[in-house]
Design a protein around this ligand. Structure first.
Ligand SMILES: [Zn+2]
Ligand SMILES: [Zn+2]
Length: 452
């Protein structure tokens, strides 16, 4: 059996980076009851049909609305209260992720946090709700706000640019991205932050009504999404454009309809409810549920943990820093870290945000300029168009001396494209790496155009 849309991955290996792959990212860990989270959501007035009526914000009415659910087996023993305080992190707001978010809010989830860089396209209109030209996450959030106001935080960006803090506060991460290149990043985040990961995907070949939901746990014997991967699997789809240029990132469109999408979203919802409520959790970790509606079969597979797993199953120890990216320069960050680790002999790198040292233009010009994939690139002096960061010049890590050479010691972190809540990895001679998380990043936002 082949799985055209989710059999292999093309994620970057950020820890053993020898190539110039292209996907930056972020990740951390605690619980955030939904009731503590400010209602950031809003419904853009331009696309709220009046017929939906006012959204409910009355807690008593809300409790009544979800009251019958506590009689269902998954929410038994009062565990619906855990769901009502739970936080789901959903990656991808399309065929599966959009349905999942709406159902989660409908069933009383404390909060959904959802990431997707894309806007709704005309071709999405037969399988996804929402207005064309509007960011998918905004369409999802607007719909969810009509169901129950203020339970969605939306981020129009890729998961690599997410705040680690915002991810760490999720009870479950659910990959609905249909992007096999995110497998490495999401697995690393799940392992590092200790947040279980579900992966929900459909066979996008158009040949079968088929999909699956796999689950990675965070317990010591749990399998992760990479346990069955070889290095060849990871590299298989890594194709390049002519140099210089970014990695080719175009994926074939998903040829799948709402029926299988909805069925897979439902299975993912149920598995998430089990993980959050603690009821029937034995049915979730180390499993893969295959749903083959072409042959009307449901298959429950066991995933085995590999002792030689490429991911290493590493859990991160994170140190929080009070360092807002808008108010912190490179030198200030290094000074804070130096005080904490007790030595100036260190080099830093921003997780999933490698620093390029040059930009290039399609006219052939190149320019020495430092920036990460999310920094605004310089304008070409020769032809006046926006340049692109040259990934071939990405730096592994940055020492204070190198930062001085590059003249970026006094540049603000936000100007380099570092997001709020980013993770900074600190390397020191003869000492284990340390990981620090910058403050911020929990509000809905549109943090700029990501590299795609
Ligand atoms: Zn593994
Ligand atoms: Zn040019």
């Amino acid at each position: 059996m082949t799985w055209p849309c989710f059999s292999t991955a093309n994620a970057r290996d950020s820890d053993t980076k020898e190539s110039v792959a292209s996907e930056p990212s972020a990740g951390a860990a605690c619980r955030r009851p939904g009731s503590d989270v400010p209602a950031e959501s809003f419904v853009p007035e331009s696309f709220v049909p009046e017929s939906f009526g006012p959204a409910s914000v009355d807690p008593a009415l809300e409790a009544e609305q979800v009251g019958r659910l506590h009689q269902t087996v998954t929410f038994r023993d009062g565990r619906i209260e855990r769901w009502r305080e739970g936080v789901l992190g959903i990656v991808g707001a399309g065929l599966i992720g959009g349905r999942l978010a709406r159902e989660a809010v409908l069933s009383g989830i404390g909060q959904v946090r959802i990431w997707d860089p894309d806007k709704t396209e005309p071709t999405n209109r037969t399988t996804q709700y929402g207005q064309v030209g509007v960011p998918k996450v905004d369409n999802v959030r607007a719909d969810c706000d009509r169901i129950r106001l203020g339970h969605v935080l939306s981020f129009q960006t890729t998961i690599q640019h997410a705040s680690i803090e915002t991810l760490a506060q999720c009870d479950v991460l659910i990959d609905c991205s249909d992007d096999p290149r995110l497998v490495w990043t999401l697995t690393e985040l799940s392992n590092g932050l200790g947040v279980p990961l579900l992966r929900a995907a459909v066979d996008g070949s158009g040949q079968m009504e088929l999909g699956r939901v796999s689950s990675s746990g965070t317990l010591p014997d749990a399998a992760c999404q990479l346990c069955s991967f070889s290095l060849d699997d990871l590299l298989k789809h890594r194709t390049r454009k002519a140099c210089p240029g970014p990695w080719a990132t175009q994926l074939a469109p998903t040829q799948a309809g709402g029926a299988i999408g909805g069925a897979i979203a439902s299975i993912a919802l149920l598995q998430a409810q089990r993980l959050v409520t603690g009821n029937d959790t034995l049915l979730v970790p180390n499993t893969e549920v295959l749903l083959d509606l072409t042959n009307m079969r449901l298959i429950h597979l066991k995933l085995e943990r590999s002792v030689e797993c490429l991911s290493g199953h590493r859990r991160w120890t994170l140190t929080r820093l009070n360092a807002p990216v808008e108010q912190t320069s490179v030198s200030e960050l290094m000074a804070i870290i130096e005080r904490d680790v007790g030595t100036p002999d260190l080099a830093i790198s921003f997780y999933q945000h490698p620093l390029s040292l040059q930009a290039f233009c399609s006219c052939g010009a190149t320019l020495d300029a430092p920036g990460t994939p999310w920094a605004e690139p310089p304008v070409c002096g020769a032809c006046g168009t926006a340049m692109e960061w040259l990934q071939e010049t990405e730096l592994g890590s940055l020492s204070a001396a190198r930062a001085a050479e590059l003249n970026i010691l006094h540049v603000g972190l936000d100007r380099l494209g570092i997001p709020a809540g980013a993770m900074v990895v600190v390397c020191m001679p003869n000492r284990p790496d340390r990981r620090f998380v910058l403050s911020g990043g929990e509000s809905s936002s549109n943090p700029g155009v990501p590299r795609v």
